[in-house]
Design a protein around this ligand. Sequence first.
Ligand code: ATP
Ligand code: MG
Length: 337
Amino acid sequence: MSHEMILDAVKALKGHKVMIIGDLMLDHYLIGGVERISPEAPVPVVQVKDESYLLGGAGNVARNIADLGGKPLLIGAVGTDRNGEVLEDLCGQAGLSTRLIQDGDRPTTVKTRIIAHNQQVVRVDQERVGPLSPAEMDTLFVILEENLPDYPVIILSDYGKGFISREFMDRFMPMVQGRSTPPLVLVDPKTVNYDLYQGVDLLTPNTKEASEGANLPVSDRESIIEAGRAIFRRLGCRNLLITLGPDGMALFEGQDSIRHIPTFARKVFDVTGAGDTVIATTALALAAGMDLLTACTLANYAAGVVVAQVGAATATPDDLEETVNELPEPQVTFWQE
Ligand SMILES: Nc1ncnc2c1ncn2[C@@H]1O[C@H](COP(=O)(O)OP(=O)(O)OP(=O)(O)O)[C@@H](O)[C@H]1O
Ligand SMILES: [Mg+2]
């Protein structure tokens, strides 16, 4: 693939639609310093100087798509609490279309990190894991029926908080597969839920998740291929993208066509969110009509942009263009046994 083709692909992302369904989270940061130990218990007292919120989970995937120039529709659940309002505001600021189900029985999922002198002191999680109630599930499927015709690609963003459940998948897959032109279904898996992802179009585990999904150790090329094949046997999925951190990605188009896309050595600041960027970019590129290899190649560049930034960053088309121009063409190779 030449630079020109990749640059054309970057431009072609604009305006395409992707639906993201899954676990919504709020990342909350309290940042300050410690000057004394508490008189109440042997713990430090953190004086907060700065407080911030970021979209996490499925919200971060949607934000990646918006920043790439796409049009995401984010579907998930929030509690009827203050944090739910914060989360909705953030979606608005990020330019996301949303259909959020208000769940009075659970809090909005929030992960609070308390950071003093650039060190995380403690993380405080507020969440209640579990599937939607039958009434909420019905509301969700009304929303899905309404919107499905406009979305050629759907991401299931599963962080194991319960939105993607057996009940959900048992209704979702037949609904999708019953359409005259079924949308593509892409899944970033959570290990405990592997068996839910039968028959999806693309699964994007990292090496650890691939190893757990295959029940096999993963280290070298041979073991990646073995694990990939075991996942195909387990799920009957169409394609598989195993992300390999600094080693790039292995793309299985079916069980027998396996290609490796390498990364380039560069300064890595923060790998947080690279997986979200991979599935977001791949989905948007597929929505724009690109083939899977082109989509994954773009995703590999986008992830490269994100790991070179601090925090759960995203890539814009300008960032992508700059990186493509800076780096040599990726040497995609076939992996034979
Ligand atoms: N050290 C690195 N150098 C270059 N690229 C990297 C590095 N780490 C990750 N990447 C890029 O990010 C992609 C996804 O990384 P990884 O396999 O770590 O996903 P992940 O574990 O799901 O990430 P996350 O932290 O978001 O859960 C890789 O395929 C690669 O393109
Ligand atoms: Mg991941």
